[in-house]
Design a protein around this ligand. Structure first.
Ligand code: ZN
Length: 102
């Protein structure tokens, strides 16, 4: 996977957005989490969802220049380039979508 350098700035921006949302949640505000990945279980609280997503974004940034980037964390399959274009923080293939590794 040759990552598009534009994805890295998308990752950094998204990380900032999610960090801001987390701060809002921690200060007791209602936030819209529609832009977050689907939770891995029902009733998962917003703070945990935001922290998980931040971790996922961080991991993508850290692995960005390595072979690990653009591969499913569970099975190692190459991720779809079009999907990464939309969501450069993607960490799993469609088969394993919605499963978190923590
Ligand atoms: Zn997979």
């Amino acid at each position: 996977m040759i990552a598009d350098p534009a994805w890295k700035s998308a990752l950094l921006h998204k990380g900032q957005d999610v960090a801001d949302l987390l701060e809002a949640v921690l200060s007791g505000k209602d936030v819209d989490l529609a832009s977050l990945p689907v939770p891995s279980g029902p009733g998962q609280d917003p703070e945990l969802r935001l922290r998980n997503f931040l971790d996922q974004i961080d991991r993508a940034i850290k692995t960005f220049d390595t072979d690990a980037y653009g591969r499913c964390q569970l099975c190692g399959a190459d991720l779809d380039r079009g999907a990464l274009q939309q969501q450069p923080w993607l960490a799993t293939c469609p088969v394993h979508a919605g499963r978190w590794i923590s």
